[in-house]
Design a protein around this ligand. Sequence first.
Ligand SMILES: [Zn+2]
Length: 121
Amino acid sequence: MKPPRILPNSPFARIARRVLGSSSVAMVLGNTIHLSGATKEEFLCDPYWVAHEMCHIQQFREHGYLAFLWKYLVESARVGYYNNKYEAEARLAGQRDAQLYAHNGVLPDPATMHRGAGEPT
Ligand SMILES: [Zn+2]
């Protein structure tokens, strides 16, 4: 498996950011994490956020690119962003797997982190 790529200043993430009304957004398309409103460094400093987006990378791998995109959009249209089962799974992963992405094995206080602040994406 190729390692995921990170793309800052992504036009796709900028659109999602406007739609969600969020100050910063990370959005996964296939094997690429698109960022808007956050630098690559800010993103990588938040292990909860990285774990969340890595779950979406995994979802794309499991279902296949177009199949997952379709299922995700249908699910979002049906139950909304927050209750989307793929988002619920990624929220769980964000808590469960954060340790994997912690620097020097130390998890920061989630309240100081993007993900801990409960912002969408
Ligand atoms: Zn998500």
